[in-house]
Design a protein around this ligand. Structure first.
Ligand code: NAP
Length: 344
């Protein structure tokens, strides 16, 4: 049944979001956006930051008014007055940094992808369970108002029987970017592809039953692009593509028998979408400010809410969902023969 209006995004009650003391490991590009979003949009407290080079960590701390800077993550993790750690290091450091922070008894928010592969992801899950703390993947789009509206439309059956998801995510990167670095688990799959696979798992209702992948290498020895075809438990097909060679529109289409949603590129970031009935006679449009990095604050508030509720797994982004995403990427990589250094 076509809705008369779009569902309203459901926010968290401010009184249910405790103010936590945060530390950051990896004062790089995304960590700066995260710090800015927290400072501008929340009452969360950034109390410490750690990285490899103390000069850089100090500069980061100064820029974002963080009182303590450490050249060694272990020193930061020894702090008693630290509740939760945001891990923003390159992909292949998520697992060792995550295990370290969990071992110190801290809650953790780990940048996407949760880990290099399902084996590492499962070890993080076990460690968090043993320590009785929260571990969550920072798949930030899952916590934004737009994704909440999409989830409600899907749950309400507004699209009817789902048949097709088509999405792409291609970006041009210069050769000096870490995405070309084989020593940092480069290639577009974990960086860009994780958004595609995650969306397909959300829309398709679980792990794909069948996966077919084709890839092309980049000169630097990492994978350059991947095309994926998946069939999901609900019968839906996903056609997904990611590349580091070029910019692509980055849109997505979620097509059902009764209606379709066309998301503006980049589909996972704040932006518009149109819901159109299959007869073409009814449409509803979602619009919002294009405040992409500011919306990182939603994931942080969700983490604080979970911790305040005594939860050790997020109801929105449970580790089981992250593990399905990582396992799916494992299978894509297996078909393409992509092996990371840590797996050799
Ligand atoms: N949520 C999002 O929108 C989003 C966007 C981009 C990236 N990400 C994710 O965030 C993670 C970091 O990406 P980024 O673009 O922020 O990377 P980045 O700018 O290169 O920052 C990475 C940070 O990790 C540190 N690091 C620790 N060990 C390192 C090593 N062996 N080699 C290089 N750096 C090391 C870096 O140290 P130094 O400070 O010493 O250089 C830097 O502080 C990635 O996993 C990526 O998937 C998320």
């Amino acid at each position: 049944m076509f809705p008369s209006s779009l569902p309203k995004p459901r926010g968290l009650a401010p009184q249910a979001v405790p103010v936590l003391r945060w530390g950051i490991i990896g004062p790089g590009w995304i960590a700066a956006h995260f710090a800015k979003a927290l400072q501008e949009k929340t009452t969360q407290r950034l109390v410490a930051v750690a990285g490899r080079h103390l000069d850089k960590v100090r500069a980061f701390a100064e820029q974002w008014a963080i009182p303590q800077a450490f050249g060694d993550a272990d020193e930061m993790l020894a702090l008693k007055d630290l509740d939760v750690v945001y891990i923003a290091t390159p992909h292949n450091h998520h697992f060792p940094d995550g295990m370290k922070a969990l071992g110190a008894g801290k809650h953790v928010l780990i940048e996407k992808p949760l880990a290099l592969n399902a084996r590492e992801g499962a070890a993080l899950q076990q460690k968090a369970q043993r320590q009785g703390v929260l571990c969550m993947e920072a798949m930030w789009c899952d916590f934004t108002p737009k994704y909440d509206v999409l989830r409600q439309l899907l749950a309400d059956g507004a699209l009817g029987e789902l048949h097709t998801l088509i999405a792409d995510h291609g970006e041009f990167f210069t050769a000096d970017h870490r995405i070309f670095n084989a020593d940092l688990a480069g290639g577009p799959m974990l960086d860009l592809g994780s958004y595609l696979v995650s969306l397909s798992v959300m829309v398709g209702g679980g792990a794909p039953a069948e996966i077919i992948a084709r890839g092309q290498s980049a000169e630097q020895g990492v994978n350059g692009q991947v095309s994926m075809l998946m069939q999901h438990p609900n019968g839906m097909h996903s056609v997904l593509h990611t590349t580091l060679f070029s910019n692509t529109p980055g849109g997505a289409v979620i097509a059902g028998r009764d209606a379709s949603i066309v998301l503006d590129g980049q589909f996972y970031a704040p932006g518009g979408f149109v819901l159109t009935s299959s007869q073409g006679n009814k449409t509803l449009r979602w619009e919002e400010p294009l405040n992409r990095y500011q919306q990182l604050y939603h994931e942080a508030e969700h983490v604080a809410w979970c911790i305040g509720q005594g939860r050790t797994d997020s109801p929105l982004r449970p580790l089981a969902t992250s593990l399905i995403t990582v396992s799916t990427m494992d299978e894509v990589r297996r078909q393409l023969g992509i092996v990371f250094n840590e797996e050799r």
